[in-house]
Design a binder for this molecule. Structure first.
Ligand code: HEM
Length: 390
């Protein structure tokens, strides 16, 4: 049995994080799994191999999803970082409040909020898309959902970013983010039902704990996972929606002409630019992948974007086409840990796409600014210089 090909690429180098897909494409062409000694990891690069590994939790364990041991340790016992059977009840508690039934009541409010926000920005004529839309909107939605009030609302963005950043290797970004992620952890350990707005989902989680429906002491952890997993990712996705429709006005036109394409358009945004750039697993045994062996105890780097652009799976993968409807993209993961919050993410994103396609003919944007980040890949600033109304 052969060993996998090796590359000296560092997945977490600034220039790679800023524009990872060309680097990941090179890895994908050298093999379905590539050993990266400089990242202390084996990268999974092709669609089928990524999907199979995410389904095979017995060989690819979630007990290490970060790229440094301190973060892995801090996550021990959470849904994200556990395998079945430990994972099963934790996930059930997480998903209960994010099920289609639980979210049904939120749809109207989320759509009205997105439409009001986009209408005001269009009337303004020019705006900063990330600050004024991509950050504001999901923060408001998640804050209202959980029932955050006052000071905590202002910390959510920093906390959410840090919770993702600390999953990287022990570089400067990770070290600087640990104290901020610690603030979130401390707050979630102390928060009580009284701190959360009446009628909110967050308050409901505490009520469930009080009734004994979920184990004592878990309500704070659930809220921690909503914030850690649900803020930075959705901010990235909404920034990507604006940037991709600005760059592809013909695709925005297609959605305006045929609003039933909205879900397909969001699938394509996620396939094209996955908000989660890289994510970890650890092998529990020697695993054979297409004729090569990855040893037991190896750190695995799952490259969702490399899989999403794999020409073995998608025709013309580098084209952005809203009609493609890639329902099987990898950006929400797959298998037992597939994103628990995707229903909420879709509600938010569909509302933004609906509002943009209804109100905007074309967006004239300046250059997008990106800042390297360990796990989430998002646009930091995107000036909209002119809005040509629909
Ligand atoms: C576009 C936005 C989002 C993206 C791209 C995204 C991506 C992901 C991915 C890739 C995973 C799988 C992790 C793994 O395999 O280990 C995941 C899991 C998860 N996501 Fe999301 N996510 C998004 C939004 C949200 C939101 C809004 C929430 C909640 C409010 C959320 C909550 C979670 C939770 C709790 C898990 C862990 C599930 C488990 O361990 O079983 N996500 N997400």
């Amino acid at each position: 049995m052969r060993t996998p090909p090796t590359s000296d690429l560092d997945l977490f180098a600034d220039e790679v994080l800023l524009d990872p897909l060309p680097f990941h494409a090179e890895l994908r062409e050298s093999g379905p799994v590539v050993h990266l000694p400089n990242s202390d990891a084996y990268a999974l690069t092709r669609y089928d191999v990524i999907r199979d590994a995410l389904a095979d939790w017995e060989s690819f364990s979630s007990t290490s999803i970060a790229f440094n041991p301190t973060a892995d340790q801090a996550l021990t016992g959470t849904s994200l970082a556990s395998d079945p059977p430990v994972h099963t009840p934790l996930r059930a508690a997480l998903t209960e409040n994010l099920s289609p039934r639980a979210l049904r009541g939120l749809k109207g409010g989320i759509e009205a909020k997105a439409d009001g926000l986009v209408a005001a920005l269009v009337a303004q004529g020019s705006f900063e898309a990330v600050d004024a839309l991509a950050r504001v909107f999901p923060l408001e939605v998640v804050a209202d959902l959980i029932g955050f009030t006052g000071r905590v609302r202002d910390s959510m963005l920093r906390w959410g970013q840090a919770a993702m950043q600390v999953l990287g290797p022990m570089n400067r970004r990770t070290a600087e983010s640990f104290p901020v992620a610690g603030e979130l952890y401390a707050w979630c350990s102390e928060v009580t039902a009284d701190d959360l707005a009446e009628g909110s989902v967050g308050r409901g989680i505490f009520d469930a704990e009080a009734r004994g429906d979920i184990p004592a002491g878990t309500a704070g952890h659930i809220i921690h996972q909503y914030l850690g997993a649900g803020v930075d990712t959705t901010v990235a996705a909404i920034g990507n929606i604006v940037a991709l429709f600005a760059a592809h006005p013909d695709q925005l036109r297609e959605v305006r002409a045929e609003p039933s394409l909205i879900p397909a358009a969001f699938n394509e945004v996620l396939r094209y630019w996955p908000p989660v750039n890289v994510w970890g697993r650890i092998t529990t045994r020697d695993v054979e992948i297409e004729g090569v062996v990855v040893p037991a105890g190896a750190r695995i780097a799952v490259l969702f974007g490399a899989g999403n652009r794999d020409p073995r799976h998608y025709d013309d993968p580098d084209a952005f086409l809203v009609g493609r409807n890639p329902v099987d993209h990898l950006s929400f993961g797959y298998g037992p840990h597939g994103c628990a919050g995707q229903g909420l993410a879709r509600l938010e994103a569909h509302a933004v796409i609906r509002a943009l396609s209804r109100r905007v003919g074309r967006l004239v944007v300046g250059p997008e600014v990106r800042v390297p980040a360990n796990i989430t890949r998002s646009i930091d600033r995107l000036p909209v210089l002119e809005v040509i109304p629909a």
